[in-house]
Ligand binder design. Structure first.
Ligand SMILES: Nc1nc2c(ncn2[C@@H]2O[C@H](COP(=O)(O)OP(=O)(O)OP(=O)(O)O)[C@@H](O)[C@H]2O)c(=O)[nH]1
Length: 509
């Protein structure tokens, strides 16, 4: 068995270095800092050996006559007096009490004797006992060989609070007097006050006593999340939350919170909560009484679990309603976004693609054609004498013509083509996989349609318009980019303008 000297000096130094210096000074100078006699440390060591027997504990305890007397008197108390005869030896006493009670008695005697007065201490010790009982029960299910060491770690996990209460007695009531403050809240307050929380201080204190590294590390990391592969660490971390729930003013609500956390764990099925709660209900009251602690309100474990399950169920329902609402809001946002995006591509007057979308699409398709060795044509359309039209019939009539022309153009293109308004009275059509001849036929269809159909009626009279069209095909020009392709179609269109308007010209022909 390793003794106090086996503790790693490096670990103690590293923990001491993590403490803010004002705090380590205050703790080191504090004359009443909790301490554990060698006999208690020996008992702690025994908890680590999975094959330890009760007689190992009895032998260790017997080294200290005062401690032995205390253990015998607890064993003699009414709750353990099952045998007619009072126990005569420390072994009989430990046998009668069982391992957990023996350990709790030893540690409470060494750390708390005659010191249960302050309200914070009462709460502290009740939480320690409750988590220890819970942790040991859980360990019996998940890692039975480590049940003893898990019990001790849980019992001592908040020993840092005791150190802080002793070193800062004037602040203790303010910091720890509110029994209903959550453990998480206490940690935050400690960090604000002292620059670290009690888990680090507890680990440091245990290292100072010479406790084993495993115990020190378990306590140092006792506030970390539940995601761990180590079952004994998990039992310890869950035990604190369970103790808080058990001692809370609203145990069902608090337990529902713990159950929510447990549900996220892979081992979710293994948490035999009903058994655990029943164990707490029957074990804690006599144990608290034995250790001289006032009783918290008695709890019916079956009802507690039912209420917590109901709350959990209600929480799940409201959560799924919230998720539904969020999903709907998200869908609506996506719809809005899609509509906005669509609108940002459309020219409002003609309902065709706008110039920005035309240019983006042309750029993409141009490069796609080059890389896949396919072709495409563009058709550049400019309405003739539009200024005259506007001047004669008004801007509104001009708008009507543009809108009607847009509709007509849309009716002529095929799926995959893209028709858009390039500028005021200029339009552009992209025809994928179309050669110059095909694009020319398409352009002539436009001019024919305009001869057949008026684009407006002014005072019942039909108004016909003509267009000048330039066509350019990708394969006919050795174009370096999409801009050059548009310029070529534009040039061809101007050729028609110069030749008198109303016709089609193909680039390069
Ligand atoms: N009603 C209306 N007119 C527009 C719109 N955008 C541009 N225009 C007008 O279209 C006319 C274009 O005039 P010009 O560029 O001289 O061309 P044009 O009169 O068609 O002459 P050619 O192209 O040479 O046949 C201008 O008077 C612009 O004000 C619009 O959205 N609505």
């Amino acid at each position: 068995m390793t003794g106090p000297t086996a503790v790693s000096e490096t670990l103690y130094t590293s923990l001491a270095n993590q403490l803010p210096s004002f705090l380590s000074n205050a703790l080191l100078q504090c004359k009443r800092l909790p301490s554990l006699p060698a006999v208690a440390l020996n008992v702690l060591e025994i908890t680590r050996t999975s094959d330890a027997t009760l007689s190992d504990y009895a032998r260790a305890i017997e080294h200290d006559p005062a401690l032995t007397a205390r253990v015998m008197s607890v064993a003699n108390s009414v709750h353990y007096l099952r045998a007619a005869q009072p126990p005569h030896t420390c072994f009989e006493a430990t046998q009668r009490m069982g391992l957990d009670v023996t350990l709790a008695t030893v540690l409470s005697f060494c750390l708390f004797e005659n010191d249960h007065s302050a309200r914070g201490r009462q709460h502290f010790w009740r939480r320690a006992i409750t988590s220890a009982v819970a942790a040991s029960y859980l360990a019996q299910q998940l890692c039975p060989h480590q049940a003893g060491s898990v019990f001790t770690a849980a019992l001592l996990q908040d020993i840092g609070i005791l150190a802080l209460q002793t070193a800062y007695p004037n602040d203790a009531e303010r910091l720890y007097g509110t029994e209903q403050a959550s453990h998480g809240h206490t940690q935050q307050v400690e960090k604000r006050y002292f620059g670290c929380d009690h888990a680090l201080i507890g680990a440091w204190l245990l290292a100072k006593w010479g406790a084993h590294d495993d115990l020190i590390r378990a306590i140092q990391r006792s506030h970390e999340g539940l995601e761990t592969d180590n079952p004994s660490v998990l039992c310890l971390r869950v035990s604190g939350a369970l103790a808080d729930a058990w001692l809370s003013a609203d145990p069902a609500q608090a337990l529902a919170g713990v159950m929510r956390q447990l549900r996220t764990l892979a081992t979710a099925d293994e948490w035999a909560l009903a058994g655990l709660l029943a164990h707490l209900e029957y074990t804690l009251p006599p144990l608290m009484e034995t250790l001289g602690l006032s009783q918290p309100v008695s709890i019916d474990s079956v009802r507690l679990l039912q209420e917590a399950q109901q709350l959990l169920y209600e929480h799940t329902l409201s959560l799924s309603a919230r998720l539904d609402a969020q999903q709907k809001a998200r869908d609506a946002l996506l719809d809005d976004y899609a509509q906005l995006e669509q609108r940002s591509r459309i020219d409002p007057l003609t309902q065709l693609a706008n110039r920005a979308w035309l240019e983006e699409q042309l750029r993409e398709r141009f490069h796609l054609c080059l890389s896949t060795k396919r072709t495409m044509s563009v058709v550049f359309i400019d309405l003739d004498h539009f200024k005259v039209l506007n001047d004669r019939f008004g801007h509104q009539a001009g708008d009507e013509v543009l809108a009607r022309f847009g509709k007509m153009l849309a009716s002529l293109v095929r799926v995959g083509d893209l028709a858009g308004r390039y500028g005021g009275e200029e339009f552009l059509v992209i025809l994928p996989d179309e050669n110059a001849e095909g694009a020319k036929r398409f352009a002539e269809r436009i001019t024919r349609r305009l001869q057949e159909r008026p684009m407006a009626r002014i005072e019942q009279e039909p108004l016909y318009v003509s267009v000048s069209i330039g066509v350019a095909c990708l394969t006919d020009g050795g174009f370096g980019n999409e801009r050059e392709l548009i310029d070529a179609a534009d040039q061809s269109m101007y050729f028609i303008k110069r030749s008198g308007r109303g016709g089609v010209s193909v680039y390069g022909q």
